[in-house]
Design a binder for this molecule. Structure first.
Ligand SMILES: *[C@@H]1O[C@H](CO)[C@@H](O)[C@H](O)[C@H]1NC(C)=O
Ligand SMILES: *[C@@H]1O[C@H](CO)[C@@H](O)[C@H](O)[C@H]1NC(C)=O
Ligand SMILES: *[C@@H]1O[C@H](CO)[C@@H](O)[C@H](O)[C@H]1NC(C)=O
Ligand SMILES: *[C@@H]1O[C@H](CO)[C@@H](O)[C@H](O)[C@H]1NC(C)=O
Ligand SMILES: *[C@@H]1O[C@H](CO)[C@@H](O)[C@H](O)[C@H]1NC(C)=O
Ligand SMILES: *[C@@H]1O[C@H](CO)[C@@H](O)[C@H](O)[C@H]1NC(C)=O
Ligand SMILES: *[C@@H]1O[C@H](CO)[C@@H](O)[C@H](O)[C@H]1NC(C)=O
Ligand SMILES: *[C@@H]1O[C@H](CO)[C@@H](O)[C@H](O)[C@H]1NC(C)=O
Ligand SMILES: *[C@@H]1O[C@H](CO)[C@@H](O)[C@H](O)[C@H]1NC(C)=O
Length: 889
């Protein structure tokens, strides 16, 4: 009996094992079959192989569940550039519940056959090239809980049968080409927590009223689609809603009366850019969670409710471009986290209280074109985070308080078109001020000489006041792109370098001014007194800079010595090659000497060219100044950079590191950098070649920003970091070094090295946080170099303006745009070049938000290349404060 028992036991064990292993083989086979249909250019599925010895549950992207035995439950293959056809064999995996193929290149209709996967709950095909309509048979997916088809090319109407997917918790059809009206079936999705139909420009539909039944809905995104008609009354039933975005549609009529009081969990409420009217949504602050409240660009009128300060968490308050009247609610400025207030273009009135100083997080206030009166409050100067205050076209009066620009980050002030009087206070503390407009007031007294000490002041408009006295010679130190003092009562000699290059109209209406190009020549006399003093100062600065440079070099040598010793003692070197390179540390060490050094290197170290025994050449960058990154993290970061593949991004072939040094090995390009090319006296590239370089650089940058995962910033874009291959195809180098040397080391190195580089966007001075827009600015500067044939930081040019200011000054003059174009380019491509100039000016806009994205730049440049027309030649797309005229079309 006992034997039998044992036997049965063993048998059943064997049997279980047998089933287990067959099931397992079947699963592996199903996966291999799947793989055979897939195009995998990066070989990401290399672990998917029955010869590798790795269990299929450990293959890339596979997760198994342990019950009843190991079965594949999830396939996660996002962002691998996969294409091909998604085969139905995948449904042979009986427990597959989760399939994520997002962010690939699948180019096919919606794979309906996946509805045969009996356990499938999540299907994510977001950001592929899925095309065609949503077929009626979509109803077969009735077991799905999550369906994400966003960011594809799905077109046509949403079929009514979609209403069968009653278990859906997430339905995302955003950013497609859906059209027509949305069916009345959404009431069926009783489990739905997220619904996204945004960015379907061809929809023309009312919002189905049955959406109001979805009482579990937390996120509703309908922005930038073609929704029209009224916001359904039923929306008051969405009492779990956290985010509501209805912006940029064609919605009309009034808001449901009880909307505010029912949606108590709202954090974000955006109904901007519609045609809504009536009064401000009442009780919108009852829930107290609201962070973003945006009603801008509608036809709302009446007053802003006194209850707004109950929104204790409010950060963004945007009501501009409506017909609101009355004053701001009393406690508005005591909302502790308030950052942004935009209320321009309304009919608001009343005074700004001194208590504005309580808004300690306030960054931007824009209230232009209203009927505000009273004084500019003293309290404004106490808000230390304020960087933009714009209150033009109001009825502010009285004197400007002396502390009005005391915020250490203040960069844009516009108080033009008010009735301010008295003198302009001395501006001492606004070291970050970029733009100051006090035009069209009743200001008297002199232009304060302290303006000359503001290091980044670029736009100064004091026109149409009653200013008197002479223009202080010191003001010519400022490299102003705009200096408008027309229609005042100024007298005396105009400092000569102030007027050279500026339109005469910026000085007109001052009969007492004299100077070379003015109606009144100056009586003969003393040349400008201060110039001797200035020269001395300049020399002093140069020698200090020289001393610092010498110290840096000395420090570099010291590091090198220490490192060599360390090597001979410990010899701990590690190399990682991403390409088959036959290169030893010995080759490296002996190859790197003065002779092989290329240029003088950047702030992070020199670059050397080394010929390998195989005859290949590689470029080695020796990183100094890298922070204390542990070697494991370092390796991961370099690997992340090395995995980039783009024709406009330099290849990292490998790297070596010890405790004190890191050497990055790059492919070597013999043409050198774009910067070197431009500064050669015989720089001759024709426009078509320059445009190709511009497009290539833009594509490389767009790839860093949006194409590669993780997204990256370049952070050090300039023409000397753009290398050219034999066909003048550009490749970005020196990108994202912050990831290798660590952010702190990067910041401090960059700060000392590039504080005055004109590739740096103006906001670098007040914002430590690197952004895509800063890269875009640097790109704009490179584009200007290509157009003008001038180096960006051209210290030798006579007027010593950096390129951005030089170009802006020129284009301010009628027909000046033509003067900035490199005379060496043949004029047959003038239209294209002016198109490119417009892009460069937009990229170098002072206000970061006004700069285009790199993807937009690529598209626009490519349309130039294709001979298309320039899309945006209207004035509205220009930085209004920069007074730039569009180039003549
Ligand atoms: C691997 O799988 C393929 C296809 O499923 C099959 O033809 C081959 O025999 C398998 N090889 C091994 C070693 O199991
Ligand atoms: C997967 O790999 C891990 C670690 O490498 C190992 O412990 C585990 O047993 C593997 N799983 C299977 C099913 O082979
Ligand atoms: C992915 O595919 C796109 C389009 O074919 C290509 O431009 C890109 O370089 C590829 N990316 C990678 C990382 O292979
Ligand atoms: C689908 O995948 C994309 C890309 O990874 C991701 O951003 C998105 O959140 C996923 N969708 C859902 C519903 O999880
Ligand atoms: C809504 O769901 C019910 C089952 O819950 C189903 O009978 C009905 O057909 C669905 N409506 C639509 C329009 O699919
Ligand atoms: C709004 O409707 C007008 C015509 O009625 C159309 O031209 C416009 O594109 C629509 N706007 C949006 C955002 O759909
Ligand atoms: C708001 O506008 C409506 C017309 O759209 C008008 O009837 C109403 O009187 C206005 N209310 C205020 C307070 O201006
Ligand atoms: C000022 O606002 C009114 C609407 O209140 C608008 O019609 C007008 O165009 C605005 N003016 C400027 C200069 O923007
Ligand atoms: C200041 O405001 C006026 C009127 O709104 C506008 O025309 C001008 O462009 C603004 N200037 C700057 C520098 O922002």
């Amino acid at each position: 009996m006992a034997t039998v028992c044992k036997c049965t036991f063993l048998l059943s064990l064997c049997f279980t094992f047998f089933i287990f292993s067959t099931a397992s083989t079947q699963e592996a086979d199903a996966l291999l079959n799947f793989k055979s249909f897939i195009d995998d250019p990066k070989n990401s599925l290399s672990s998917w192989s029955n010869t590798s010895g790795v269990h299929h549950c450990n293959w890339t992207g596979i997760t198994c569940i342990p019950t009843p035995s190991l079965y594949v439950s999830s396939i996660d293959l996002q962002s691998l550039n996969l294409s091909g056809e998604i085969p139905s064999s995948i449904c042979e995996l009986p427990y597959l519940s989760h399939l994520n193929l997002a962010d690939n290149l699948f180019n096919q209709p919606i794979p309906l056959h996946l509805s045969q996967c009996s356990s499938l709950e999540t299907l994510n095909l977001s950001n592929n090239l899925i095309w065609g309509t949503i077929p009626d048979q979509i109803s077969q997916f009735d077991a799905l809980k999550v369906l994400d088809l966003s960011r594809n090319h799905v077109e046509g109407k949403i079929p009514e049968t979609i209403g069968s997917l009653v278990h859906l918790q997430v339905l995302n059809l955003g950013s497609n080409l859906l059209s027509g009206s949305v069916p009345f079936v959404f009431g069926n999705f009783s489990e739905l927590a997220l619904l996204d139909l945004s960015q379907n420009a061809y929809l023309a539909s009312e919002i189905p009223t049955d959406i109001g039944k979805l009482d579990k809905l937390e996120q509703l995104f309908l922005q930038r689609s073609g929704f029209l008609g009224e916001i359904p009354e039923s929306f008051v039933g969405l009492y779990n809603l956290i985010t509501l975005d209805l912006s940029q549609n064609n919605l009309t009529g009034k808001l449901p009366l009880a909307l505010g009081s029912s949606l108590k969990k709202l954090v974000s409420f955006d109904i901007s850019e519609n045609k809504l009217l009536g009064s401000f949504p009442g009780a919108i602050c009852d829930g107290k969670r609201l962070k973003l409240l945006s009603l801008h660009t509608n036809f709302f009128n009446g007053s802003i409710p006194e209850s707004i300060p109950e929104c204790l968490n409010l950060e963004v308050f945007q009501v501009q471009n409506n017909g609101f009247s009355g004053g701001f609610p009393n406690g508005l400025w005591s909302i502790p986290k308030l950052m942004l207030v935009r209320a321009e273009n309304n009919r608001l009135s009343g005074e700004l209280p001194d208590s504005i100083s309580m808004a300690a997080q306030l960054e931007q206030v824009q209230i232009d074109n209203n009927s505000f009166t009273g004084k500019i409050p003293q309290g404004l100067g106490l808000v230390k985070s304020l960087y933009r205050f714009s209150a033009s076209l109001n009825g502010f009066s009285g004197e400007i308080p002396p502390n009005f620009c005391d915020s250490p980050v203040m960069s844009i002030i516009n108080l033009s078109h008010n009735t301010l009087s008295g003198q302009i206070p001395e501006l001492k503390k606004c070291r970050k001020l970029v733009s100051l407009s006090l035009a069209d007031n009743s200001l008297t007294g002199e232009i304060p000489p302290s303006l000359a000490e503001l290091p980044v002041l670029t736009y100064l408009d004091l026109s149409h006041n009653h200013l008197s006295g002479s223009i202080a010679p010191g003001l010519q130190n400022l490299k102003l792109a705009l200096f408008n003092v027309s229609f005042n009562q100024l007298t005396g000699r105009v400092p000569s370098s102030l007027i050279s290059g500026l339109p005469a109209s910026f000085l007109e209406g001052n009969p007492g001014l004299c100077g070379p190009e003015l109606p009144n020549p100056c009586p003969d006399g003393h040349p400008e007194r201060h110039s001797a003093g200035l020269t001395t100062l300049t020399y002093a600065l140069i020698s200090i800079a020289f001393a610092i440079a010498t110290m840096i070099v000395a420090a570099g040598v010291f590091v090198f010595h220490r490192y060599s010793k360390a090597k001979s003692q410990t010899g701990v070197w590690r190399s990682v090659f991403f390409y088959p390179l036959r290169l030893t540390e010995h080759d490296l060490m002996t190859g790197m000497d003065e002779k092989s050094a290329l240029g003088n290197g950047g702030p992070f170290g020199r670059v050397y060219m080394i010929s390998l025994p195989s005859g290949e050449q590689v470029a080695i960058k020796k990183l100094v100044n890298f922070g204390a990154q542990p070697s494991k993290a370092l390796k991961a970061e370099v690997k992340t950079l090395a995995k980039m593949r783009h024709k406009n991004v330099i290849k990292i072939l490998g790297f070596c590191h010890s405790d004190v040094s890191v050497f990055l090995i790059y492919e070597f390009l013999e043409k050198g950098s774009l910067g070197d090319l431009i500064c050669r006296p015989d720089f001759q590239l024709q426009w078509s070649a320059r445009l190709r370089v511009a497009v290539g650089v833009a594509q490389g940058l767009a790839y860093l920003h949006k194409g590669y995962v993780p997204h990256m910033l370049h952070r050090n874009l300039k023409s000397t970091n753009i290398l050219l291959d034999a066909d003048y195809e550009p490749k970005l180098t020196d990108f994202a070094l912050d990831r290798i040397v660590g952010d702190a080391a990067f910041q401090s190195t960059i700060a000392s090295e590039f504080a005055h580089s004109c590739y740096n966007a103006p906001e670098c001075k007040y914002s430590k946080k690197a952004s895509e827009q800063m890269d875009v600015y640097g790109y704009g500067v490179v584009l200007l170099e290509l157009i003008t044939g001038r180096q960006a930081d051209d210290i030798e040019s006579s007027d010593s303006l950096d390129i951005v200011k030089w170009v802006r000054r020129k284009v301010n003059i009628t027909n000046g745009a033509l003067q900035v174009i490199d005379p060496k380019i043949s004029s047959s491509s003038q239209k294209e070049i002016l198109g490119a100039l417009e892009i460069a000016l937009r990229c170098t806009a002072v206000i970061p938000e006004k700069r285009p994205s790199m993807l937009e730049v690529v598209r626009t440049l490519e349309s130039l290349k294709a001979g298309g027309c320039v899309p945006n030649l209207e004035l509205s797309t220009w930085d209004s404060e920069e007074q730039v005229q569009p180039p003549p079309a």
